[in-house]
Design a protein around this ligand. Structure first.
Ligand code: HMG
Ligand code: MG
Length: 301
């Protein structure tokens, strides 16, 4: 089996993780958390989202968080944006990159952003163009690629045209989101094969939630298919407030452990990553969901 020399881990804990917490995490804690993730070696950080605070109050301090971080030149600080207003906020906050998101099902599109899939593309087309005109990279997400909490099964034929449209619109990378974490390895391989026939596989990332405990197996399946970019979240934080039953993301610790075992470089220092996870879990007053973090933290004691 041929594995790559390195992979890029895209840390979504501060955004995907903290958007789903019942309590609003103080701004100063978010900033500290992000700086600890950077200190652990992560170079792509999804910092926040410029979405409506009425919909997601946990991200209402987006501007303050972006402003408060001490930036490092070799780190990309990104923000999710749902519309032009969100983009304007992200540009004012000097985001290095923005993420736009669509859904593979009409049902989730309505729940998440209150419009149809077609309307979401109409809304996003000028957003992507304006971001690029402002010199900001755009990443596209497709949610519910392996299943939807409202519509049930999703097949690759639903996802392929959406990924293609995002890529052709100007997204440099399309992250395929198993939002509810229901997918299994063969499904991932079939999906990557199908999407990879429409856009280059090097422009595809996987965003795997771990609800059914399949995220790391699914990431391995993706690695075998040539995927080199994986979204993950320290301590396995995460979820979407509009996806019923969804739990956290693939834990960054789990992915780093897998990669270390396969001889794949991630650039991440496990001890510093564990410390960042312990920091945020202490703030949230609960243990990490990462089995690797639980095992290594126990050994440390
Ligand atoms: P809407 O209610 O249909 O739109 O929401 P609206 O234009 O009528 O706006 C409603 C209110 O929000 C208005 O305020 C707007 O001004 C304001 P009011 O006039 O009532 O006082 N507003 C905004 N405020 C701040 N920033 C903005 C903004 N836009 C409008 N950008 C909207 C439509 C898209 C805004 C709303 O549905 C929304 O914000 N949704 C966000 C949902 C969200 O954040 N979901 C989680 C992220 S996606 C995810 O987690 C999946 C992912 O991880 C991948 C995966 O797992 O699959 C990426
Ligand atoms: Mg997500």
């Amino acid at each position: 089996m041929h594995f790559p020399k390195s992979v890029r881990l895209y840390e979504v804990g501060p955004r995907d993780g903290l958007q789903n917490e019942p309590e609003i995490v103080p701004t100063a804690v978010k900033i500290d958390f992000i700086e600890r993730l950077v200190a652990a070696g992560l170079r792509d950080i999804d910092v926040t989202s410029f979405v409506s605070p009425k919909w997601v109050p946990q991200m209402a301090d987006h501007g303050e968080v972006m402003e408060g971080i001490t930036r490092k030149a070799d780190v990309s600080y990104s923000a999710l944006v749902p519309n032009m207003r969100g983009l304007e906020g992200a540009l004012r906050a000097r985001a290095d990159e923005v993420g736009v998101f669509v859904s593979a099902t009409e049902e989730f599109s309505q729940k998440n952003i209150n419009c149809s899939i077609g309307e979401s593309f109409q809304r996003l087309e000028p957003v992507v163009a304006a971001a690029r005109a402002g010199g900001v990279r755009v990443r596209g997400y497709v949610s519910c690629v392996l299943g939807c909490p409202y519509a049930g099964d999703v097949v690759p034929a639903q996802v392929v045209p959406l990924a293609k449209q995002l890529f052709e619109m100007g997204c440099y990378e399309v992250s395929l989101g198993d939002t509810v974490g229901v997918g299994t390895a063969l499904q991932v391989q079939n999906l990557v094969e199908a999407v990879g026939s429409a856009i280059p596989v090097e422009n595809i990332a996987l965003h795997l939630h771990d609800t059914y405990g399949q995220a790391i197996a699914n990431a391995f399946a993706g690695l075998q298919m040539g995927i080199r970019v994986f979204d993950s979240s320290v301590a396995g934080l995460g979820g979407c407030p509009f996806a019923k039953g969804a739990s956290g993301n693939m834990a960054t610790e789990d992915m780093v452990y897998l990669c270390e075992g396969l001889g794949i470089e991630t650039g991440v220092d496990m001890a510093a990553l564990l410390a960042a996870g312990r920091y945020i879990c202490a703030q949230l007053e609960r243990p990490p969901m990462s089995k690797v973090a639980l095992a290594l933290n126990a050994r440390r004691l």
